[in-house]
Design a protein. Structure first.
Length: 109
């Protein structure tokens, strides 16, 4: 093969359902849509605000599982932002320097 290596672009999608969803994503989406359907069957839809209130759980759960680039979905971004702003961050920077004695190895000649 002329020493060429084929590396799959997205190896993680093979472990996902339909290449997009985790099991939790489908449970979240199904719960939101099911809750909206139950509300739709049990409440009367006389006013616009009632329709918006009934459809909100399904739309919100669908918004959370929308896949986006560089992250898995919107829920993942929200969790990452929450962790970033609530957890303690310590940035240890050790720059590279020629005079850093521990890292410079003396060559024997």
């Amino acid at each position: 093969m002329n020493d060429n290596y084929l590396i799959p672009a997205n190896t993680k999608s093979g472990s996902l359902i339909l290449g997009i969803f985790k099991p939790f994503d489908l449970i979240l989406l199904g719960t939101g849509v099911l809750f909206s359907l139950i509300l739709l069957m049990s409440l009367s839809m006389n006013y616009t605000w009632q329709v918006i209130l009934v459809v909100t759980p399904g739309l919100l759960s669908a918004f959370l599982v929308i896949p986006i680039p560089n992250y898995h979905n919107v829920l993942t971004i929200i969790i990452e932002c929450y962790n970033f702003f609530t957890n303690r961050r310590s940035y240890i920077w050790k720059g590279w320097c020629v005079k850093d004695v521990k890292d410079v190895k003396k060559s024997s000649k």
